[in-house]
Design a binder for this molecule. Structure first.
Ligand code: FAD
Length: 300
């Protein structure tokens, strides 16, 4: 059915979205981030999350961004937090400082090895050994909502998809409320994963992580490191457009729109967008999903 003649996606079952940002490094990046937040906020996301740099490198900046979201917006912020290179005491201190700042949602992660992706992961001797331990630790500190990661194409370090799903089960048993997936481009991969996760007795929402391909080469490089596959059809769509930013952007919007609309048609109503701190593509895709600002909803 052509897009224009489809019924409003909001009418049948409300679409819920969340947006992921990273903490800005420079004043210029800060301006971009806050103008993106301002643009996306009226769409009333379920939550907005702020990532935690590898090895805790953005600890202060993540905290500052999340705290400002609490102070200056009506959004519900979620702080990402990893176990890497920190004692339990240090991590617990960060969690408590979030509680004191009014934050009630943490995205709990193991984090990448200190030596970078591809090197062996060594938990800190006095730190949280596994993500499930971090989840339990956060829940013991306060009544936080806790989200965790999920990998439809398997985490690169996992010996098998079943083993990776066992790790997810451990996080759910420790109290995780929601899992957000690594990005993927083949929706069948997500649904096959969902079947296996449900068969394993996991019943929390497994929210698809959607990445609008702002820069194909960058996305392909990142995908190679994280075990996400790039279908040949996707590479073909961007082939030869290295110097043509405008067409790349139009294709990126079309690709993400096709993906989310197919997911909605197959019963998915929650989406997590990796925004890369840029609002325009995500905003357009959310409008295609039927999301509108409160003012527009009232006027309609
Ligand atoms: P888990 O789900 O706990 O484990 C994944 C796999 O890693 C397991 O199946 C197992 O094979 C292996 N593994 C886990 N624990 C151990 C262990 N102790 N020893 C040996 N192997 C082990 N990274 C950041 O640094 N900051 C972020 O803000 C961030 N946000 C993310 C958000 C989402 C939605 C996703 C999907 C990923 C994010 N990441 C982030 C990346 C994540 O930290 C890495 O993928 C990391 O390598 C695994 O962390 P995890 O919590 O996903 O691991």
């Amino acid at each position: 059915m052509p897009l224009a003649s489809r019924p409003s996606r909001q009418a049948s079952c409300p679409i819920k979205v969340s947006f992921e940002f990273f903490p800005p490094k420079t004043a210029e990046m800060e301006t971009t981030l806050w103008s993106s937040i301002e643009r996306l906020a009226p769409l009333d996301p379920q939550f907005v999350s702020v990532t935690y740099g590898a090895g805790g490198s953005t600890r202060e900046r993540t905290h500052a961004t999340v705290s400002r979201l609490v102070r200056e917006t009506r959004l519900n912020p979620a702080a990402h937090l990893t176990c890497v290179a920190a004692t339990k005491e240090e991590v617990d201190g960060v969690v408590r400082s979030y509680w004191d700042a009014g934050v009630r949602h943490v995205v709990a992660l193991r984090g990448d090895p200190v030596g970078g992706l591809g090197t062996a992961y060594e938990p800190h001797r006095e730190g949280y050994q596994r993500t499930c331990d971090l989840v339990a630790g956060i829940k013991a500190i306060g009544d936080f909502e806790v989200s965790v990661s999920a990998y439809p194409e398997k985490h690169p370090e996992a010996a098998s998809l079943d083993e990776d799903i066992d790790v997810l089960k451990g996080k759910v048993d420790a109290g995780a409320d929601r899992a957000i997936t690594q990005f993927f481009f083949d929706n069948d991969v997500y649904f096959r994963y969902l079947d296996r996760v449900r068969a394993r007795g996991i019943d929390i929402p497994i929210v698809p992580g959607i990445v609008p391909v702002q820069n194909f080469r960058q996305t392909a490089n990142f995908a190679a490191k994280t075990g996400a596959s790039i279908p040949a059809w996707l590479a073909a769509r961007f082939e030869g457009l290295e110097e043509d930013v405008e067409t790349r952007r139009l294709i990126a919007a079309a690709v993400a729109a096709e993906q989310v609309i197919d997911l909605v048609d197959r019963g998915v109503h929650e989406f997590h967008f990796y925004t890369m701190n840029r609002a325009d593509l995500v905003y357009a895709i959310c409008r295609l999903l039927g999301l509108r600002s409160e003012a527009e909803r009232v006027a309609a």
